[in-house]
Ligand binder design. Structure first.
Ligand code: NAI
Length: 458
């Protein structure tokens, strides 16, 4: 009899299993993919970051003349780039197997179903357990009538494994996946057109910062067609023919492409577990409903990560998992969903935490804004990475309500403002913290000073 069986070995599930074992619970983790780490390690965060790094190095070579360095023509070997990515994924997924052994987490390989609370079935074998944690993650969605074949019409999985650079890649959706993978292939030489339903990129990100991102990505070669919805994709002799509806206008346009990446969101993976028969409640969009302790509507069955409501982010799933099992073990697990940072790993990066200016306006909250452009930051000037800005939103007492950054290393810079938010620090306190010079982080300090009306270098 196990204390806990975790279903799914993604960042939510495997971290929860290890933490539960550390707390003295007898734990098993079930995984059917044949490799640990879930979407994040196998077909998400890690392979995309590997390709972003490789393609970024290639793009950098072309800009070396700005630094007075000339090199010969650089060439891309896509298969070697993919092999490097695959090796990173392989090493990391194997590393989780090692961590399981080290922490006495039993790995059960196969696809799980839950015949009843307290029982998990894998390949016909029933395993008894006091608690079950569902950490089954999410999968890409498509659009009505659009079939993803991973050859010509791709999800993120196919776009991470192309064997050559397409001539024209059309990306549907200017969200996180569309921009990250669009930039990978644009840097490697593809013409990339991003088609987006809304009249802006990166929905959910502060509008002003999203605009800076779009401008910077356009400068780096991405083409944007906003206010357009994909309707059909037809295979022709020469490639793919797309029809796009102009949103709000009675107009249809066509676009041809070699490959299409459909990046219009993800949905929770909850089918095949037997949840309906058990009476596990889900909301209208299929996410499993849980209480503050991550318990579903069925006692003894818990759920975390992408398959429950909230941002679909690996680090949020990890936090969920740790809080859930700490509570199960009698401790006080807690996640502050108001301070979960999000990062888009494009060049320049986009990072955000807390409320956007649009959300504050809509809620009628009183706030002040502080902004600082990287153009005025000496380290950014020295590096030639001057695109973007830091934007901080504070309440009338100076407490940070939200922070949004577009620029080099934004994903690292956001950590300071995330800590400020979690500790209830004010913009004054951040600004009075000594920041090294010259550093990109000085832009964070200056944005906080700007919120107080006294930026030095603006
Ligand atoms: P998303 O929700 O970020 O963006 C989807 C976009 O597609 C939206 O802008 C939407 O307006 C647009 N769209 C929807 N229907 C359309 C249509 N018919 N025609 C044109 N555009 C249309 O979804 P995405 O990029 O697929 O990412 C899925 C999830 O994965 C997100 O929750 C994201 O947070 C997560 N993720 C996070 C990463 C990170 O943290 N760096 C990296 C990759 C994914």
């Amino acid at each position: 009899m196990f204390d806990l069986i975790v279903i799914g070995a993604g960042p939510g599930g495997y971290v929860a299993a290890i933490r539960a074992a550390q707390l003295g619970l007898k734990v098993a983790c079930v995984e059917g993919r044949g490799s640990l780490g879930g979407t994040c390690l196998n077909v998400g965060c890690i392979p995309s970051k590997a390709l972003l790094k490789s393609s970024g190095k290639y793009a950098e070579i072309k800009k070396l003349s700005d630094h007075g360095i000339s090199v010969g023509d650089a060439e891309v070997d896509v298969s070697a780039m993919m092999a490097r990515k695959d090796k990173i994924v392989d090493d990391l997924t194997k590393g989780i197997g090692f961590l399981f052994k080290k922490n006495n987490v039993e790995l059960i390989e196969g696809w799980a179903t839950i015949p009843e609370a307290g029982k998990v079935s894998v390949d016909g074998n029933i395993h008894e357990t006091k608690n079950i944690l569902i950490a089954t993650g999410s999968e890409p969605v498509s659009l009505p009538g659009i079939e993803i074949d991973e050859q010509d019409v791709l999800s993120s999985t196919g776009a991470l494994a192309l064997s050559e650079v397409p001539e024209h890649l059309v990306v549907i959706g200017a969200g996180v996946i569309g921009l990250e993978l669009g930039q990978v292939w644009a840097r490697l030489g593809a013409k990339v057109t991003v088609v987006e339903y809304l009249d802006r990129v990166l929905p959910g990100i502060d509008g002003e910062i999203a605009k800076l991102s779009q401008r910077a990505l356009s400068k780096r070669g991405l083409k944007f067609q906003l206010g357009r919805a994909l309707k059909t994709i037809t295979k022709t002799e020469s490639g793919l023919e797309l029809t796009l509806d102009r949103v709000g206008k009675d107009k249809v346009e066509t676009l041809s492409a070699d490959k299409v990446l459909v990046a219009v969101g993800r949905r929770p993976v909850t089918t095949g577990l037997g949840l309906e028969a058990l009476g596990v409640a889900a909301n209208a969009r299929g996410f499993i409903e849980v209480d503050g302790a991550f318990q579903t509507s069925v006692p003894g069955i818990y759920a975390i990560g992408d398959c429950v409501p909230g941002p679909m982010l690996a680090h949020k799933a990890e936090e969920d998992g740790v809080a859930c099992v700490e509570t199960l073990a009698g401790e006080h697990g807690h996640v502050d969903y108001g301070t979960v940072p999000g990062v888009v790993y494009t060049d320049p990066e986009v990072a955000s935490v807390g409320q956007t200016e649009e959300a504050l306006k809509e809620a009628g909250v009183d706030y002040t804004v502080g902004k600082f452009s990287f153009m005025a930051n000496s380290r950014a000037r020295a590096s030639g990475e001057t695109d973007g800005a830091v934007k901080v939103l504070a309440d009338p007492n100076g407490k940070v309500l939200g922070a949004h950054i577009c620029g080099a290393c934004a994903g690292d810079l956001i950590a300071e403002l995330t800590l400020a938010m979690t500790k209830g620090a004010t913009v004054e306190e951040v600004a009075r913290t000594c920041h090294a010079h010259p550093a990109l982080a000085e832009a964070v300090k200056e944005a906080c000073l700007d919120a107080l009306g006294r930026a030095i270098h603006a």
